[in-house]
Write a protein that binds this ligand. Sequence first.
Ligand code: NAP
Length: 299
Amino acid sequence: MRIFLTGATGFIGSYLVPELLKAGHQVVGLSRSEASAEKLARAGAEAFAGDVNDLDRLRAGATMSDAVIHAAFNHDFARVRQHSEEDRRVVEALGEALGGSDRPLIVTSGTGLVERRPGADCVTETDARASLETAPRAATEEAADAAFAKGARVIVMRLPQVHDTRHQGRIAHHIRLAREKGYVAYIGDGVNRLPAVHALDAVRLFRLALEHGRAGGRYHAVAEEGVPMRDIAEVIGAGLNIPVESITPEAAPGYFGVLARLARLDLAASSALTRQELGWAPTRPDLLTDLRRMEWALK
Ligand SMILES: NC(=O)c1ccc[n+]([C@@H]2O[C@H](COP(=O)([O-])OP(=O)(O)OC[C@H]3O[C@@H](n4cnc5c(N)ncnc54)[C@H](OP(=O)(O)O)[C@@H]3O)[C@@H](O)[C@H]2O)c1
């Protein structure tokens, strides 16, 4: 398949490109700079110049492809609402371009953007997206649902914390704060959990979903249902050689700032249905192993 990939030069995109090429697909990556275009060429992909918010350009890229994987996002958390609404328009445009065809559109979302059922231990693939009030980024899945209802072959890929030994997304902020404050904090007893997956396992699931996924399917790329925040804090403390302390929920905003709400949440997520349907079985190192192997001096 000829696959149009947005976010091709990002953390996940950089793993996706070789995964797709290795499986015999052609990759056309959206690139908004000369440097990104060069990076794609080195990886063996074709570059398609454009900004993700240039919707005409985006439709053009989608129209000339057999499938689209949308993994671009602007992660400036101070403007998450604005960027989420931009992402809504991106998904709408891609849905329009592919609507009425059999060509799949994979939209990337997050397991943290899902509403947990009352009394449930974790979120599952059948749980609905969160409300826009609690999670503005739920706009992405809202747009995916609307595009599916209009006839596009949409598949939603929900990611937990994706990691390798260099990147751990949100945990990078915990590490930065720990350096600034001189200690690593977790809230209360620290049993609230973060689900995780190694980047290589995550991109294998993208490929399986692309090749075998069901229209309207929602898949969870979850290798570990939930790693306790206290365990993560302890590995950070050991890596930086600084103390690890429990703080109260009231003290959390003082330490975590804008991340305080997130730092308290138990975000455990299951992938039982995904594994069953797509035969996916993660094999790569777990989150704490990757964190221990990290080059702490560089962080
Ligand atoms: N990483 C995780 O743990 C995680 C967890 C849950 C969900 N997700 C979701 O997974 C997706 C991929 O995440 P990631 O970690 O790979 O993100 P990332 O490393 O921040 O990469 C973002 C990508 O989006 C591109 N991009 C941003 N704004 C753009 C614009 N205006 N025009 C064109 N391209 C633009 C970037 O291009 P440049 O290279 O040019 O900057 C980059 O390729 C996102 O939707 C993210 O929210 C990730």
